[in-house]
Design a protein around this ligand. Structure first.
Ligand code: XMP
Ligand code: MG
Length: 190
């Protein structure tokens, strides 16, 4: 098979690499102000948040700690059910810690609302959320997200950590996947 250029699988680039970089720089200035003099723990949600975490963390000028969680949402197909299972828990004791959850995207909000309750039950000093993307039209629960990169339309997006069937995470921008990728055109039969 011919290697394909990743951009050929997109109908549209929604957010360019430079826009992401600039926005994360802005958010990190706010985070530094808000957590001045406090010991901050960033909690990244695997695997989608890997790129946001790496770039956001390196914008921060103070020494911070990072830890990771992997969760999976029970439910059929792509719809989130809100019932979450922990695949990999934190190594860090959250007692008295200032926690900032770093997420790639908030869709229905069900996963994050569960995660928020779960982390809050561990005795932290505070828990806030930073998400690169949010789809306001898809929200099924209200969650207070302190830092949001971009609000996007209710479309399936890939890139900058976000995948389709585990691919496209390495795309530097965020784009909308072309339908030929997930619904290949059947050859016409005579
Ligand atoms: P909920 O609905 O619980 O789900 O907020 C959030 C998780 O669903 C995944 N998700 C996406 N992944 N493109 C993706 O690659 C998308 O457009 C998309 N929308 C939701 C993602 O794992 C997120 O953490
Ligand atoms: Mg995710």
């Amino acid at each position: 098979m011919e290697p394909r250029d990743i951009d050929g699988d997109l109908t549209e680039i929604l957010i360019e690499e430079e826009q992401i970089r600039d926005r994360l720089a802005e958010l990190s200035r706010r985070i530094e102000d808000d957590y001045a003099g406090k010991d901050l723990l960033l909690v990244g949600v695997l695997k989608g948040a890997v790129m946001v975490m790496a770039d956001l963390a390196r914008e921060l000028k103070h020494p911070i700690a990072m830890d990771w969680m992997a969760v999976s949402s029970y439910g059929s197909g792509t719809a989130s059910s809100g019932v979450v299972r922990i695949l990999k828990d934190l190594d860090t004791d959250l007692t008295g810690r200032h926690v900032l959850i770093v997420e790639d995207i908030i869709d229905s909000g069900l996963t994050l609302s569960w995660l928020l309750a779960n982390l809050n039950s561990r005795g932290p000093a505070s828990v806030e959320i930073c998400a690169l993307l949010r789809k306001p039209e898809a929200a099924r629960v209200e969650i207070d997200v302190k830092y949001v990169g971009f609000e996007i339309p209710n479309q399936f997006v890939v890139g900058y950590g976000l995948d389709y069937a585990e691919k496209y995470r390495n795309l530097r921008s965020v784009g909308v996947l072309a339908s030929h990728v997930y619904a290949p055109v059947e050859p016409a039969t005579a």
